[in-house]
Design a protein around this ligand. Structure first.
Ligand SMILES: *Cc1c(COP(=O)(O)O)cnc(C)c1O
Length: 395
């Protein structure tokens, strides 16, 4: 049997390769940070989700080590049997406090949080109205739920209104959106979304994975940016990006919603707890967030600095309100060539092309971090200028 299947897989893999879509992992041999070792070479990293530069933070490492000494290595259980430690409860409370919500439930990843959020809450009498550019995990979560599905064009409020009108016959309605869309770095227009939610009697779910820690003066995410803290029913997010970058996800929001998720959410009921060291470091991280705004301030400074210098050079950058800067090149081959030349200059970025982005919308995505110093930014900008002139992208 396997012989035939093997042939089939080999043909599939060849198709992927022929289409130029085969993904290779690049091996990093240092800790995650502004400067990393890739393939034996030191490069400046501009493609991690390490927005606050916490992935190799001394205090978080210390908190994790201490928790290993007091609580051991793993939990070896799901939460509701014997996988809940005082550290997990502490972290859940701190997440709710950070977002101004009522309660929080932890998952092994935000992929699981999104996979397990809709199905326990909604039935075939209900409706989910979802942004077309939502993360794959929201799309999968919607698929696992029997609720009717409505889709609106990215951040398109006229289309959202139309879909809400179509969904008026359904019992309960929930609008689901990413806080920041990862390809352009644009923010969901949450003020208008909530206005429409009120008008058409809908609830709102926001995935703050790319916005938490980043967006808003103190990094509380898009609900802070639009002055809507506590106004959305459900927020999901990850501990794998700005918040230390290890692993873990969460859903935070209304008390009864979180309570029902603890009873019925399958990735919570049937998957292991996050390690105590991750819970402890996460708790320490949220304490740091309330002690100082240094990292957010530095990230916002870095993002503006990079954006302004790049625009002044003549690069075309998508409007962004996050730490994601999409440098538009509008050509797939050019995006790959540009990224390869930048790597020769010691700048590590990724070129994105169809089908990851729409045809003709090829680009290099730059992700800024509080780990970057101005000298790092200057080096990256100089490299962009050099390669941009070489390839005729700028004058
Ligand atoms: C990264 C991301 C996720 C997945 O988070 P993990 O914790 O890595 O599973 C989910 N949603 C969005 C919007 C993301 O950007």
């Amino acid at each position: 049997m396997y012989k035939d299947f093997q042939k089939h897989l080999q043909a599939e893999l060849k198709d992927i390769e022929d289409a130029g879509l085969y993904k290779n992992e690049r091996i990093i041999t240092s800790a995650q940070g502004a400067c990393i070792q890739v393939g034996g070479k030191e490069v400046l990293n501009f493609c991690a989700n390490n927005y606050l530069g916490l992935a190799n933070n001394k205090e978080l490492i210390k908190a994790a080590k201490e928790a290993m000494d007091t609580h051991g290595y793993g939990m070896a259980s799901v939460r509701f049997i014997c996988g809940t430690s005082d550290l997990h409860k502490k972290l859940e409370a701190k997440i709710a406090n950070f977002f101004g919500t009522e309660d929080t439930i932890l998952y092994a990843a935000c992929f699981d949080a999104n996979g397990g959020v809709f199905e326990p809450l909604l039935t075939d009498q209900d409706a989910i109205i979802s942004d077309a550019l939502n993360h794959a995990s929201i799309i999968d979560g919607v698929r696992l739920c029997k609720a009717k599905r409505y889709r609106y064009a990215n951040a398109d409020m006229a289309d959202l209104e139309k879909q809400l009108q179509l969904a008026q016959a359904d019992r309960f309605r929930i609008i689901a959106t990413d806080g920041v869309f990862s390809m352009d770095g644009n923010v969901a227009p949450l003020d208008k979304i909530i206005e429409l939610a009120n008008k058409y009697n809908a609830m709102v779910m926001v995935d703050e994975s790319h916005s938490a820690g980043v967006v808003g003066n103190t990094g509380r995410g898009v609900t802070e940016l639009f002055n809507l803290r506590g106004k959305v029913e459900i927020i999901t997010g990850t501990l794998g990006k700005a918040f230390g970058g290890a692993v873990g996800g969460f859903t935070t929001g209304k008390k009864e919603i979180i309570d029902l998720l603890r009873q019925r959410s399958r990735p919570y009921l049937f998957s292991n707890s996050i390690p105590p060291m991750v819970a402890a470091a996460g708790a320490r991280m949220f304490d740091m967030m309330s002690e100082t705004n240094e990292l957010q301030d530095k990230l916002h400074f870095n993002t503006n600095y990079f954006k302004e210098k790049m625009l002044a050079l003549g690069f075309d950058i998508k409007p962004t309100q996050s730490a994601i800067c999409a440098v538009m090149l509008y050509d797939a081959k050019l995006s790959q060539e540009f990224a390869a030349k930048l790597q020769d200059e010691g700048i590590y970025v990724t070129g994105f092309y169809y089908p990851v982005v729409p045809k003709g919308q090829d680009r290099i995505r730059v992700q800024l971090s509080a780990a970057h110093e101005v000298k790092h930014l200057d080096k990256a900008i100089a490299a962009f200028a050099k390669v941009g002139r070489e390839l005729g992208v700028i004058k």
